[in-house]
Design a protein around this ligand. Structure first.
Ligand code: FE2
Length: 298
């Protein structure tokens, strides 16, 4: 397996790549054309894609067609695949490692109630793990005609734009991220005892340093239960301020899906959510997902 470990990102990313790339948003987003990701890629393309990810944070490859196996093989260029934490509602079994975000029920019909509500709230993938997700990759299999976009908020730009007094207030703070408390916040069924044992809360710095670029970014989202050492009321007030700040349009890129769009992003400087405002009871939204394990935030 090839991996991207050991790549040293230059402080100024290269402006030229061995493929066509078009900037699609001020806060992030680079659209790459001319590559077929269903086929093996060599080290040069692998590393160039990673450099482009560091520069643009979100990469979009339109017109892709990949089996689960092909998507898994592409994803493994960038590290170890991560398991899904949830269990299938139909059988109670764990999701396969390459799984779908879907609003379809067991009969393949669009469901009014999303099986998992968490993806529709701002989050950074697996921030409730000691080692959150490095990168997430989705392939558009079935997409709604309107809405259902994946929205991104650039938490590096959001941190950079904070007033100096807020930066000095939050530097050094640590947040408790909890899978269990998030389930309650987003309206999912409470976690079982076994699930709580499997996913205990973890703490991370509120401001993290990107391991490849050295950039600082906020690590926030609805998985934050509270700030360590702070009264709950003060903690909730601070988190609301930071979330409201980071969600501003100037830090956003919203991706409206087309079938065949392959989108990969860097969780270490972004939070994201799916927009649940689509015809959820009439149209399918199925995105084939692979996730790469990251490192402990510092
Ligand atoms: Fe997510």
């Amino acid at each position: 397996m090839q991996t991207a470990e050991g790549i040293n990102a230059p402080s100024a990313p290269p402006q030229t790549y061995p493929f066509a790339i078009r900037r699609v948003g001020d806060a992030g987003g680079g659209e790459i054309s001319g590559l077929d990701l269903s086929q093996p890629i060599g080290p040069e393309i692998r590393d160039a894609i990673y450099q482009a990810l560091l520069e643009h944070h979100i990469l979009i490859f339109p017109g892709q067609s990949m089996t689960r196996e092909q998507q898994g093989r592409f994803a493994e260029n960038y590290g170890e695949l991560e398991s899904h934490v949830g269990r299938l509602r139909t059988t109670g079994e764990r999701y396969p490692i390459i799984n779908d975000i879907t609003n379809l029920d067991a009969d393949g019909k669009p469901a009014v109630e999303a099986a998992n509500r968490g993806p529709y709230f701002w989050h950074s993938d697996k921030s409730y793990h000691a080692t959150p997700s490095k990168m997430t990759m989705l392939l558009g299999i079935q997409v709604p005609s309107h809405g259902g976009e994946t929205q991104f908020a650039n938490t590096k730009l959001a941190y950079d734009a904070l007033p100096a007094e807020m930066k000095s207030r939050i530097d050094g703070l640590r947040a408790v991220h909890s899978w269990e408390s998030n389930r309650i916040v987003v309206g999912e069924s409470p976690a079982t005892e076994e699930q709580i044992r499997e996913r205990p809360p973890v703490t991370h710095p509120l401001v993290c340093t990107h391991p490849d670029t050295g950039d600082k970014a906020l690590l926030i989202g609805t998985h934050v239960d509270y700030i360590e050492g702070m009264a709950r009321e003060d903690s909730e007030d601070l988190m609301k301020k930071l979330m409201d700040h980071a969600e501003q349009p100037r830090f956003r890129y919203d991706h409206f899906w087309k079938v065949g769009d392959f989108v990969m992003w860097d969780n270490r400087c972004l939070m994201h959510r799916g927009n649940i405002e689509f015809a959820i009871d009439a149209e399918a939204r199925v995105l084939q997902r692979t996730v790469i394990i990251g490192t402990a935030p510092v």
